[in-house]
Design a protein around this ligand. Structure first.
Ligand SMILES: [Zn+2]
Length: 247
């Protein structure tokens, strides 16, 4: 059976039902969370974990992230951006060296670099997969929790890369933290499927690399969304903006 047929079958057997569209009006205080939209994962040829050739899912994710970030910044709504960033002497098994501190790999992709100068944007370098854990400071405080509370955020809209790795782990932790009472007043964790992406390592390529695990892109992206939904996230396939109407 061709892999595309397997994926179609899985989408029937493991539906995510991401028909829902999200309309943002400003009535519910919503924060945008960008997960690792950095050169090291998104820019062709930028590093060991960057795409080797142009990748439609990844470039589509960057385009949609830019659209959302632009709208959020125009409305001065809060944006939180994780930047994967590692000390050169501390590897992140099972991945090869990537996003080493001080390199361009840890920087937002060129289309999003302007976010660095926006007053409503919080940048957070992180040295582990899960951005929630990576937001913890030595004194036990947590930059992400503080951002939610300071901005009175009731919903977060999560986008970025990889759907089944850093996005999923962050979403799972945020949901547990919310249920544990750490994130009041946060209510909703929303994942926007078209602004998420993952990398592609098909089985026939993985078999040629010692120790590599196959990671078919379309399948793992779907499984990432499925797992996020199973944990309690809302998965949407469309996001639009509507100006707040005057009463
Ligand atoms: Zn990393």
């Amino acid at each position: 059976m061709a892999s595309s047929q397997i994926i179609d079958l899985l989408k029937v057997e493991l539906p995510v039902e991401q028909g829902a569209s999200l309309v943002l009006t400003g009535d519910v205080k919503t924060g945008l969370v960008l997960v690792d939209v950095v050169n090291g994962f998104c820019t062709v040829g930028a590093g060991n974990l960057a795409p080797k050739v142009p990748d439609k899912q990844i470039s589509g994710m960057v385009d949609e992230t830019l659209r959302l970030a632009t709208a959020f910044c125009e409305s001065k709504w809060p944006v939180f951006a994780f930047l994967d960033c590692h000390h050169p002497d501390i590897p992140e098994h099972p991945y090869p060296p990537h996003c080493i501190a001080g390199t361009d790999e840890t920087k937002l992709v060129p289309a999003l670099q302007w976010l660095e100068n926006e007053p409503n944007v919080t940048l957070r370098p992180k040295d582990c997969i899960d951005g929630y854990i990576g937001s913890t400071e030595k004194d036990g405080s947590n930059v992400f929790i503080d951002w939610v509370k300071t901005n009175h955020i009731k919903a977060i809209l999560v986008v970025g890369i990889c759907t089944d790795i850093c996005v999923l782990d962050f979403v799972c932790s945020a949901l547990s933290a919310r249920n544990h009472g750490f994130l009041t007043p946060l209510e909703d964790v929303i994942v926007y499927s078209h602004a998420c992406a993952t990398f592609d390592l098909p089985i026939h390529v993985a078999q040629t690399i010692e120790g590599a695990m196959a990671h078919p892109q379309e399948l793992m992206h779907h499984i990432g969304l499925y797992m996020a939904k199973g944990r309690g996230a809302r998965v949407v396939s469309e996001v639009s903006f509507e100006c707040m109407k005057n009463p």
